[in-house]
Design a protein around this ligand. Structure first.
Ligand code: AMP
Ligand code: MG
Length: 421
């Protein structure tokens, strides 16, 4: 596969290229399992689900009322006899006699011969509902097929109701249930070992040594991974020590599909992750033309994919959501459309100047301006160390590599955080 490289900063790979390369490089996991339907929420479907039954299975009423023959109704003069009842699960046996009506409930089968339903609110009935009268005005606006749900109008037997490679949402599970499926073929969860690296880090719950900081990244990583249905092993904190890192990565690689770490992938003296992965396996990508998140590293140890995220908390989240989650979704067998974030064009409510040659994301929210229109506002700092900006944000504004500045009123792309997680 040849990949057309985008024009970006020398020495850095653009996000689009980096993802293309990674998709081509890292195989889709073939392992699938039959999983009981109720355990399938959020899983990646790995079969096409073909309808075996039409829905509805029979013509039925959309409303409570009276089933009639339209032509009879047009000619009706005076009261109409109600000769039977059709309830959901208890159809009227027989066909509708000429000039008569059948009392019918929502979801009940339309009796043979009937071709419209007049809702009960538009009918006057005697006490025991054996005789009804319908006004000329109601008759005048009753049409053929009114309030009838025809068999197969929702789903026809043979239709593909769910396509392989989609993440299953409640409505998808529901449609599979509607086809009588008790289990589905889905991807086995990826097993992922997670740890944070850094001598300055303390474990939440422990006392904070002078100059130390609590490890927050591990909790962001675990959350993102759980969100896409991964089986996470929390391996805690690792010191900036070559042997410690080598031992931990070496043994985690034997028992996991993926290792994900934070910190230690830059060019400082204590940034040891690269040399460790280099010794144990190979580095397959390093440094992306993105902001935040530039030093992100991808490598492998045997068959285990290694993702080294930078240490800054915003970098962890942004590069995690925009590079790692799409890649892991691909590895889980998701269709390409399901790996892409949702990008919505919106008006910018801010001015912004830049010149990094990298794709950049601003932490953002949509707010209503004085004219009542929604526009995106950006957080007042682009520092990748400020985790509070991600808590404030409801979305990200994507600034393309080639864009030098944004002025208030320009159209920009907004990526809702909910659509990324
Ligand atoms: P590094 O990439 O290891 O140089 O880390 C970059 C910055 O992120 C430093 O200021 C670190 O203290 C901070 N950092 C690294 N790891 C974590 C973590 N797990 N939680 C919070 N901050 C971190
Ligand atoms: Mg560090």
């Amino acid at each position: 596969m040849t990949i057309q490289m985008q024009n970006t900063k020398p020495g850095l790979t653009s996000l689009s290229d980096a993802l293309e390369i990674a998709f081509a490089d890292v195989p889709v996991r073939s392992s699938v399992e039959e999983r009981s339907l109720v355990e399938c929420y959020g899983a990646v479907l790995r079969e096409d689900v073909i309808a075996t039954v039409s829905v509805p299975s029979v013509d039925n009423s959309a409303m409570d009322g009276y089933a009639l023959r339209h032509v009879d109704l047009m000619m009706a003069k005076g009261p109409i006899d109600v000769v039977g009842v059709s309830l959901a699960g208890h159809p009227y046996a027989g066909s509708l006699p000429t000039g008569a009506a059948i009392r019918i409930a929502t979801g009940a089968a339309i009796p043979d011969g009937a071709d419209c339903v007049v809702i009960q609110e538009n009918v006057s009935a005697n006490d025991d509902e054996t005789i009804i009268e319908i006004s000329d005005e109601v008759i005048g606006r009753t049409t053929l097929s009114q309030n009838i749900r025809w068999a197969g109008e929702d789903i026809k037997a043979g239709d593909v109701v769910l396509a392989s490679g989609m993440f299953l949402r409640p409505q998808d599970i529901a449609i599979a249930a509607g086809q009588g499926r008790g289990a589905l073929t889905v991807s086995k969860p990826l097993s992922i070992a997670v740890f944070s690296t850094g001598d300055e880090l303390a474990k939440p719950g422990d006392p904070l040594p002078p100059g130390g900081i609590y490890d927050s990244n591990r909790f962001a990583m675990i959350g993102m991974l759980r969100e896409i249905g991964c089986k996470v092993t929390d391996l805690g904190l690792l010191a900036d020590d070559f042997d410690v890192l080598r031992n931990a990565l070496g043994s985690a690689a034997k028992t996991h599909d993926v290792i994900m770490t934070s910190g230690g992938v830059s060019v400082g003296k204590a940034d040891l992750l690269k040399p460790v992965v280099d010794q144990l396996g190979e580095i397959t990508a390093w440094k992306l033309a993105i902001k935040p998140g530039k030093p992100l590293m991808r490598g492998k140890i045997g068959d285990c994919l290694v993702i080294g995220l930078p240490g800054n908390p915003v970098s962890v989240l942004v590069s995690g959501l925009l590079y790692v989650m799409p890649l892991l979704r691909h590895v889980m067998g998701a269709q390409r459309s399901q790996t892409e974030p949702v990008r919505i064009p919106v008006r910018a409510g801010f001015d912004f100047k830049r010149g990094t040659g990298r794709r950049e994301w601003l932490r953002a929210r949509l707010v209503q301006n004085d004219d009542g229109e929604f526009e995106a506002v950006a957080f007042n700092s682009t520092s990748s160390g400020m985790l509070s900006s991600m808590v404030w944000a409801e979305g990200l504004i994507e600034i393309p590599e080639s864009c030098g500045q944004v002025s208030k009123g320009d159209t920009v792309l907004y990526l809702p955080l909910r659509g990324l997680q």
